[in-house]
Design a protein around this ligand. Structure first.
Ligand SMILES: *[C@@H]1O[C@H](CO)[C@@H](O)[C@H](O)[C@H]1NC(C)=O
Ligand SMILES: *[C@@H]1O[C@H](CO)[C@@H](O)[C@H](O)[C@H]1NC(C)=O
Ligand SMILES: *[C@@H]1O[C@H](CO)[C@@H](O)[C@H](O)[C@H]1NC(C)=O
Ligand SMILES: *[C@@H]1O[C@H](CO)[C@@H](O)[C@H](O)[C@H]1NC(C)=O
Length: 370
């Protein structure tokens, strides 16, 4: 019923979409699920600094350090209780938006998508949307333009509906067509409240020696952010995203000075990639490090910790690259001294929120580093 209704209205508005977005207003909100109906109202504060958390599971959000947060993305799930609680803490709640790049050339599909996002926002009492499209887009293609146009339209529609809306877009660590994502980054920044720079998975395309490296090398992260700034994107439209996870690489060979050669797994045109490894949550890494053969080592160029360990079954040597409070502080400090709008993490559920005393300390240290 709901879809049919949207489609009908869409047909009605398609001729005027060019001139007014006001007609896009979706159905009025359903009843408020919060004990206090005031908690369904939009958050109106615009903080000077963002601390932006991706939440992927409805299980652990109660344990976040809410005093640090400004926005939480419910990434692919909905929990009304989280919305009510976040609003009680003056924290914005947004949801993930995705559209296949293949659908961009269909104007009907595009318009329908925008209206559906508005409806989701209204129904869930959300404060905005985080658009996460990581599909390849060819440079100078029509899709490149249409993507920016869609984001502009979405942002305009959201801000008409709620002027305090927050519309953001997730971008790779650098604007240089990473993973064949040749987006119009300046256009996307202009269209949105800010870009979330995913300064991780930076080894998704390895062109040099096929060896294990940091997930978010400090020097590479800085180079990427500087390129966004050079495009004319203001620092206060960038949020630096950092990893609360690492990569576990099986070593094909390992030298005495810990250079771990990895299997060649190509990705989007590159001969070698981090797909040779496996992503591991911070809490899992803290377990595996107990079995490490080297203890925690530090790479000062990358400003990142790593260690080696042996797989208990195959006996193969692995190398783990990850981030911890010490390495993350370098990135948070960089964001601060560069005047970026803030920082955020993928993702907040990767910590150990159990009652274990050691885990509690490790988890607190991660939040405190923010
Ligand atoms: C939009 O994308 C979906 C999923 O990829 C696909 O099933 C659908 O046919 C596409 N629609 C158009 C109009 O391209
Ligand atoms: C970062 O440092 C490493 C190690 O010295 C070097 O190989 C790499 O080229 C540097 N990357 C950038 C982007 O400067
Ligand atoms: C592994 O590395 C060592 C030391 O660099 C080298 O001597 C050896 O040939 C390498 N083995 C393979 C199979 O690449
Ligand atoms: C650590 O090593 C022991 C003994 O090989 C193994 O049973 C255990 O699963 C390992 N722990 C982790 C987290 O890998």
């Amino acid at each position: 019923m709901f879809r049919v209704d949207i489609a009908h209205r869409l047909i009605a508005l398609s001729s005027i979409l060019c001139c007014s977005l006001a007609v896009l207003f979706p159905d009025p909100p359903s009843t408020c699920p919060c004990a206090d109906p005031k908690l369904c109202e939009p958050i109106t504060r615009k903080p000077e600094r963002e601390v932006y958390a991706f939440s992927v599971s409805p299980k652990t959000w109660k344990h976040y350090d809410w005093s640090k947060l400004t926005t939480v993305v419910m990434f692919g799930y909905y929990d009304a209780e989280l919305m009510c609680f976040a609003h009680s803490q003056n924290v914005k709640v947004v949801f993930k938006g995705y559209i296949s790049v293949a659908n961009l050339t269909d104007s009907y599909a595009r318009n329908l998508w925008v209206v559906e996002q508005l409806q989701t926002a209204v129904d869930g009492h959300f404060d905005g949307i985080n658009i996460d499209i990581e599909d390849p887009v060819v440079d100078k293609s029509v899709e490149k333009e249409l993507l920016t146009e869609l984001v502009e339209q979405t942002s305009e529609a959201f801000h008409i509906m709620n002027k305090f809306s927050q519309v953001t877009f997730d971008v790779a660590w650098s604007p240089d067509c990473i993973d064949k994502r040749c987006y119009d980054y300046k256009g996307l920044a202009d269209a949105t409240d800010f870009l979330f720079v995913m300064s991780y998975d930076e080894q998704s395309q390895i062109y040099g020696p096929c060896v294990a490296m940091a997930n978010s090398p400090y020097n590479k992260t800085v180079t990427g952010v500087e390129k966004y700034l050079k495009l004319g994107i203001p620092a206060n439209k960038l949020v630096l995203g950092v990893p609360w996870y690492g990569y576990d690489y099986p070593c094909v060979n390992i030298t005495k000075d810990n250079l771990c050669t990895i299997k060649k797994v190509p990705f989007r045109g590159a001969p070698c990639s981090d797909a040779a490894g496996r992503q591991k949550d911070y809490r899992v890494i803290n377990e595996i490090i107990k079995n490490s053969t080297t203890g925690r080592l530090w790479n000062d160029e990358y400003k990142a910790p790593y260690f080696n360990f042996e797989d208990p079954t195959t006996k193969q040597t692995h190398q783990m690259w990850y981030d911890d409070p010490e390495s993350l502080k370098y990135r948070y400090d960089y964001a601060s001294k560069t005047g970026l709008l803030g920082v955020g993490m993928w993702e907040a559920d990767s910590l150990d929120y159990s009652d274990d005393e050691t885990a509690k300390k490790q988890t607190k240290a991660m939040w405190d580093a923010l």
